[in-house]
Structure formats: C-alpha cells, structure tokens
Design a protein around this ligand. Structure first.
Ligand code: BGC
Ligand code: CA
Length: 564
C-alpha cells in the first residue's frame, strides 16, 4: 500500500499558490525572541485567509545556524529553538486540515561541519567508509574551474581540515562540507531522511543546491549525468511508496540546463525558473518587454506532469548568475545604488524596496507572477510590502520578523527587543508601525487585500497553472501581451485569458492582433466587465501607467444562445 499525501489530485502542485516562510521569523509563542512551530500554528488562520495553498518552510532542523539552517547537523529532528518533532506533527496536521500542503527542505549536497558524520569522518582513517562520506583531497588543485558561489566569503571550494590532515570539498561556506555521492552509503542515508518526513505526511521536498551532487575532473561539477541518475533514484523511491508528493529542484542554471531535471517526467516535478526573475525586473526598468519574451523563447517545453516554480523574491539574494555581464551591470546600477545592497552575485533586497515602494509596480510584478505559466511563490511579508535591513549580515536583511501589528516587536514576540533573533524593521517607511498585517486588514485598499483578491481570482481558473502561453507582438514594446489557454480534459471545457501589461511609467496605447478570436468578448476578470467584441480589425486598448488587464475571452452571447 502506498502512503497517501494530503492532496487529492496528483497534479496538485500545478494549481498551488506557495507561500515561503521561515518558522523563526513568523511568530514567537514563548517569548524567547525566536519564532516557533506553536507560533506558526497560531498564524495558520491568517495564511488560510490569504488563500495560499502550500507552505514552504525554510530549514528547521538542528543546526549551528551559520547559514540560517542550510547547515544541517541532524536531518531527522527539529531545532529545539523552534519546537519539537511533536510540534512539527501538530503543525503538519493543522495545515492539512485547512487543505494546505507542506513543502520542506531536503538539503543533501552538504551538511554542517558539526554534523556527527563529518565529526566522525575527520577522525576516521583515510579511505575508510566513514571518512568517505565527504569529498577529500591531499591538495587543493582538483576541479580548478569550478565557480565559487559565495564569492564574498570564500576564496576556494577546498578547505583544509587539521584533524583529518586533508582538504575537503565545499560548494558553499567552508563550514558546509559536501557529501560524497560516490559513496552508496550517502544515498542510503538521504533515502532514510527523505522517508522520515514523507512517512509523517510531508507533501513536497525542495531539493536544495541539487546541481552539485557529484564532482568529476575536467567539468564544472554541475549537472553531471551521475547527479541526474541520483535524483532519479530518489524519485523512483518516492513513486514506489508514496502518492501525490512533489519534488522541487533548486537549480540556478539556464533553462536548457534545468530542463534535464524534469527528465521524462521521472525526475523532479517542479523546478524554479531562476533566469526569468531578474529579467522581469530588467523589463520593468527598461520599459521593454524584450528581456521577458526573450528568456521565455529560450525556455524549452517540459513534460505534462511538470511545472515551473515562479518567484519575484525569496530568502536569498536576487541572483544575477543567470544574466550576461552587461545585464548584471545594468541590474546592479538600477536596483542597488548602495553597495551594501549587493552580496555575492546578486542583490539582497525585498520586493517593495526594489521597486521604490511603488504600489503600481508591486501590483504589476505580482500580476506577472500570478499569470505566467507555472506555480507562483510568495515570499512572506511581501504581501504587505515589508522592507529590508541592509545593515544585517549575509542575506539576513530580508529575513527579519514578520510584522503583525504596531505593538512591541511588531506583535511577533513578547521578548525584550534586544533578545529578538534579528531586530524588526523600524524605519519610518517600512517600519512595523507603518507596515503591518493588522493595519492592512482594516484597510480595504491595502496591498494585503489586493494580494488576497488576486490570489482568490487566480484560483478560480485552471488556465494559469496549467495552460499554454503565446505572446502577441504589438508594435509598442512597452506592452507585454500574452494569451493563456487551457482545454480542461475532465470537463471538456476550455479557458482562454488575454493578459496585457504596461511596463511603462506612462500611459500607453496598444493595438492587438486578435484575429483568431473574432466575435469573442473580452471580459475583465477583476470587475467582470465586458469589453467591446473582437473584430478582424486590430483591437485597441489604452493602459494606465504600470497597469495590467486580465481579460477572459468568452464566446459572444448570440453564439451560445439558441436562435429564437
Ligand atoms: C539556499 C541558500 C543557502 C545555500 C547553501 C541555497 O540554495 O537557498 O540560502 O545558503 O543553498 O545551503
Ligand atoms: Ca520561541
């Protein structure tokens, strides 16, 4: 008997709205200044009300927290600061009973150097199975052409270990040794950890840094065939024993290099679309749709059961690894005036500050997020327009406490403020007195209400998560226009939505060639307002600055009513 997941539809992830959050940052229940599972449980009503359907939790495992928990010291337990395994189970049940799925992190490329495996490995004799759980070398000359990801902190992918008397390999921080996937014991251990959470009922796993599992001479040690084989082994184990689960690949590579991670529908169900994200910001700043249409043209088709994961921001820097050197210079200039806003190869800012707190731009970008082919991922706090703190180290400036109300510590915690894991945002524009959930709930015009309405609207249609995409090419390049279309096999019905977005800060006219839809009526989805019928003439529209339209193309009433 396979173990069932909480979702009833095997393709649930295609219609999901994912909300990314950190337990530590969401709600503190016991006044120690650190968010925890009981706190998160107490905020599930809020998340349900927002309409999100899947909660992605950042790593919550025991960890020295030198990489905010991506440095794991035990794969099968909960960090005591956040609660107990029992608290996690209660959270999982509570989320499931609200119809929400749960996505957690499977960080298997590396562990913390405090993981007992590494502690044992450094003491074990060279060449022994215990030593070989990690990747060792007598010198630091191997794999010389492999890029350094955390370029601000690390000078090499090798670090010397005094105890072992050898170098060990790490693609990220030097306190995060890479596991050695050439050792079958590693896969066995990964399978055990994976099953531990899947048996409990976790619905989905984000495979962190999954491109780097193997190392081979003369390569960049990325996307190797051995890596794909290992992921397929994990997927086969899931398919053999569980139903309705999902694996999401974190692969920061070009669309053509990401494509193989879907396999023939037998590797990962989902993968983030990393290169699209910076190009959305480029298109906005250049007031030109080309960066978006160009990257989508380079995006290969994916198997039917697969899905892209779309995001505007996340817990990391806005990565610029997947743009050209010129584009990178442009992005740095346009979006990070202060050098403190930059880290590694990217920009460490939240959505609202990135777009100068301009409400129309925030809405425009979200309209793309919610109407592009894929599953949208909302980063906690962005639904209320939270700000960041570029004076905190690493990428912590975008990981500050959630702002619930104007009370002490933004309602996040009753601790003395100095005890909080990070200070709350306090500046006059983004500070918790100005930006918080409580205020926005009582304001019908708030970003929070807007986001909630848009999420609810998107959920009424299957076309956004499942349909095809076709760009129109009007002369005015400040206008991005596309048709989403979906034939629903189970109902024999179809949905067609025309999306039109104005990337410019000024009003723009546009004429669309809608010849394939002559006679149909575009109905604006937010207000259900019918627009003039489509004829064989170009269809004229005028768009206010940064505005967008979602128009459902419906058959004209005459054609659906029987003749009198
Ligand atoms: C995570 C980062 C983390 C890194 C190393 C990434 O993919 O998103 O936050 O620092 O993995 O674990
Ligand atoms: Ca706590």
């Amino acid at each position: 008997m396979k173990k069932a997941g909480s979702a009833s539809d095997p393709l649930w992830y295609k219609d999901a709205i994912i909300y990314e959050l950190h337990v530590r940052a969401f709600q503190d229940s016991n006044g120690d200044g650190i968010g925890d599972f009981p706190g998160l449980i107490s905020r599930l009503d809020y998340l349900q009300d927002l309409g999100v359907t899947c909660l992605w939790l950042l790593p919550f495992y025991p960890s020295p927290l030198r990489d905010d928990g991506y440095d794991i010291a035990n794969y099968v337990d909960v960090n005591p600061s956040y609660g107990t395994l029992d608290d996690f189970r209660q959270f999982l049940d509570a989320a499931h009973s609200r119809g929400m799925q749960v996505l957690i992190e499977l960080v298997i490329n590396h562990t913390s150097d405090e993981h007992p495996w590494f502690q044992a490995a450094r003491l074990a004799p060279a060449g022994s199975p215990a030593r070989d759980l990690y990747v060792w070398s007598a010198d630091n000359q191997r794999y010389k052409n492999v890029p350094i990801i955390f370029s601000d902190t690390e000078k090499s992918n090798w670090a010397w270990d005094e105890v072992a008397g050898a170098y060990y390999w790490h693609r990220f921080f030097s306190h995060q040794p890479d596991l050695n996937f050439d050792n079958p014991a590693v896969i066995e251990e990964v399978l055990k950890a994976m099953r531990f959470w899947l048996d409990m009922g976790v619905d989905a796993l984000r495979m962190d840094a999954i491109a780097y599992l193997y190392e081979r001479d003369g390569t960049r040690c990325e996307n190797l065939p051995e890596t794909h084989a290992a992921i397929k082994t994990l997927r086969a184990a899931i398919d053999a024993d569980y139903t309705n689960r999902c694996v999401l690949a974190e692969v920061n590579q070009s669309p053509t290099d990401v494509r193989p991670y879907f396999g023939d529908g037998d590797e990962c169900h989902m993968a983030f679309h990393f290169p699209l994200m910076p190009r959305i910001y480029m298109a906005l700043r250049q007031e030109d749709r080309l960066p978006i249409t160009d990257i989508m043209a380079q995006t290969p088709a994916i198997p039917d059961n697969c899905q892209w994961g779309l995001f505007l921001r996340n817990h990391d820097e806005l990565t610029l690894e997947m743009v050209t050197a010129d584009e990178r210079d442009y992005m740095y200039l346009a979006y990070s005036a202060d050098p403190r806003m930059r880290i590694n190869v990217g920009i460490r800012r939240r959505l609202a500050p990135l777009v100068d707190n301009n409400r129309r731009r925030i809405e425009l970008l979200n309209s793309l997020l919610l109407s592009f082919p894929g599953t949208p991922i909302i980063y906690y706090g962005d639904e209320i327009g939270m700000g960041d703190n570029i004076y905190l180290g690493d990428r912590n400036g975008v990981r500050t406490p959630m702002q619930w109300n104007p009370d002490r510590n933004a309602g996040f915690s009753t601790a003395v403020p100095a005890r909080l894991y990070f200070p709350v945002i306090m500046d006059p524009i983004y500070g918790y007195q100005a930006i918080n959930v409580e205020a926005q709930l009582s304001d019908q015009s708030s970003l929070l209400h807007w986001t909630r309405n848009m999420v609810a609207l998107r959920k009424l249609f299957h076309v956004f998560g499942r349909g095809t995409l076709e760009f129109l090419s009007p002369d005015n390049r400040k206008i991005l226009a596309y048709i989403r279309h979906y034939e629903n096999p189970s109902h024999g019905s179809s949905e067609t939505v025309l999306c039109v977005a104005n990337l410019s800060r000024f009003a723009q006219p546009v004429s669309l060639n809608l010849n394939s839809f002559v006679g149909m009526i575009p109905v604006e989805l937010l207000g259900y307002v019918p627009f003039p019928p489509i004829t064989s003439q170009p269809y004229p529209l005028t768009l206010a600055p940064y505005s967008f339209l979602w128009l459902e193309l419906q058959p004209a009433p005459e054609s659906i009513l029987p003749p009198l």
